[in-house]
Design a protein around this ligand. Sequence first.
Ligand code: PHE
Length: 339
Amino acid sequence: MLDKIAALQDEIRKLTAENAAQAEELRIKYLSKKGLVSVLFDEFKQVAPPKKKAVGMALNQLKNEAQSSIQALKEQFENSETKSTQVDLSAPGSSFALGSRHPLSLVRNQIVDIFARLGFTVAEGPEIEDDWHVFSALNFPPEHPARDMQDTFFINKDPDVLLRTHTSSVQVRVMEQQQPPIRAIFPGRVFRNEAISARAHCIFHQVEGLYVAEDVSFADLKQTLLYFAREFFGENTDIRLRPSYFPFTEPSAEMDVSCSICGGEGCNVCKHTGWLEIMGCGMVDPNVLDACGIDSNKYSGFAFGMGIERIAMLKYQVKDIRLFFENDVRFLEQFTAAE
Ligand code: PHE
């Protein structure tokens, strides 16, 4: 019996394993219930009493040795396996993919910031509107072409529901709720029943401005818009106002800025005129003030409205308005660094 124990001990001292599974196999082979070491414990019962003490001690030593060396084999693999999944704290971090603001948001924020410096607050109105707020209160005659199905998305006749075609509807909502002085801008989305092309879209964005108080003059309008143009397009920018017509302003004008791309010399973007048209504006028609419950004998005001897409196209030289709505990452990524 002692020989057997010594032989097994020799065997166990030479054991090696190449991976954790092999070490486990060895544990089963020697130490499980029917393993080679355990079997010796069964045989031990037959050992004659005088030899029991010596054999018992040898057997216990064998068992302890087997347990610790097989355990050591196992641990060697546990360590190396955890090591490979350990975090290397000295490795450089993986970089975040940074998003960017949409160019339309960038331009809108810049416009809002500039007018905020002049004391204009921001208000918004609903995109789904009615005839009163989009047309009637704004002095549109009943036969005006904008009331045509071809220009406006009408949703319902009675009660009349339509998608606003301009943010001027927010002028009406604000004036109905608030007495002058009013000094606010209204950014928002508008809808027109137009064929989609590189230059026009059925959905676009505008920023509307409104200033109503006592003694507001056309000079105030001109100075405000000159300030805006120079802040937005640069200090060498000039503006020019051309007479125009809107039902809700009298007099009305179209504002051009000197072409920031060629500096007024003439280029493709300004079609060799040196000027870029960027907004409509004018003195609020007294009929509009009265329709909104503001005394047109006491108060006067100016209003203006510009398309955000148009201004973004000029600023970033984007040639196709559809790019703003496709959300192609290759396009949007180019604005990552812009503020
Ligand atoms: N609402 C006009 C448009 O959509 C722009 C405008 C706003 C003109 C305010 C004058 C005053 O074209």
